[in-house]
Design a protein around this ligand. Structure first.
Ligand code: ADP
Ligand code: ADP
Length: 228
């Protein structure tokens, strides 16, 4: 569903992403794993259309997306939701206020926004917590708010950039459980970028291993992790 062909991105002398070919299938949880500095964040910024490659092509389905500008770029970007290690929530807003934000921006009427926020709170297991200031929530709850906010405008793809790296093992498992359920029930594709092997093993079907800006290996998690 997402296709990269010969994609490169350089910063000065440094080639952060080097001639990458990658096919990320839809309707699954796909992992991208690699050490710090391997190029994971750069790859994500390219695929999420926040940055343009120096060369190569990126497609969503049939649509070429790496060279878009203006409204066409905004339209494709709407297909992507993102969550991060440090949650990136608005600290001065409530849980509900955070989730409402993308709906407000897209001009949804207030009644509809409120209804949708309630739905989303329920979806991520935070019913009744809409009025809680973000500062009073635990890390796991904050990530649930971030997931709800990312899904508010119904993206096709959810990118998770080290989304569980700041969480303890038990909370990590509960967030991965939520993501697995959302993927199954919502016709959602999830791409997980992580340096945590156990996260890939728990949640992903297939994985790409990134090393020094290049794809070192791709395959089914079951195959790659079953090797002696
Ligand atoms: P990862 O997310 O796997 O840790 P990054 O994509 O952040 O890797 O970085 C890959 C390489 O590209 C690193 O050597 C990093 O220093 C370099 N790099 C990434 N972003 C920038 C930037 N904006 N300016 C300069 N160098 C960068
Ligand atoms: P904040 O103080 O966090 O900015 P507001 O109370 O101003 O939050 O709410 C902003 C919008 O967020 C509201 O207009 C509403 O649409 C939505 N919202 C906030 N909390 C909730 C909630 N508990 N349930 C439903 N919608 C909510």
């Amino acid at each position: 569903m997402i296709q990269l062909r010969n994609v490169s991105r350089r910063y000065g002398e440094r080639t952060a992403v080097n001639a990458v070919d990658l096919d990320i299938p839809g309707n699954t949880i796909y992992g991208i794993i690699g050490k710090s500095g391997a190029g994971k964040s750069t790859l994500i910024r390219l695929i999420s259309l926040l940055e343009k490659p120096d060369s190569g092509e990126i497609r969503f389905g049939e649509d070429r997306v790496d060279n878009l500008t203006g409204d066409a770029l905004i339209g494709q970007r709407r297909k992507i939701g993102m969550i991060f290690q440090n949650f990136n929530l608005f600290g001065s807003r409530t849980a509900g206020g955070n989730i409402a934000y993308p709906l407000e921006i897209s001009g949804k009427p207030r009644k509809e926004t409120e209804r949708r926020v309630q739905e989303l709170l329920e979806l991520v297991g935070l019913e009744g917590r809409g009025n809680a200031p973000v500062s009073t929530l635990s890390g796991g709850q904050k990530q649930r708010v971030a997931i709800a906010r990312a899904l508010a405008v119904e993206p096709d793809i959810l990118f998770c950039d080290e989304a569980t790296s700041a969480l303890d093992p038990q909370t990590t498992r509960s967030i991965l459980e939520l993501l697995k359920n959302l993927q199954k029930n919502m016709n959602l594709s999830i791409v997980m970028i992580t340096h945590q092997m156990e996260v890939v093993r728990d949640a992903c079907r297939s994985v790409a291993v990134l090393d020094e800006g290049k794809i070192a290996e791709t395959g089914l998690v079951a195959d790659i992790f079953s090797r002696p």
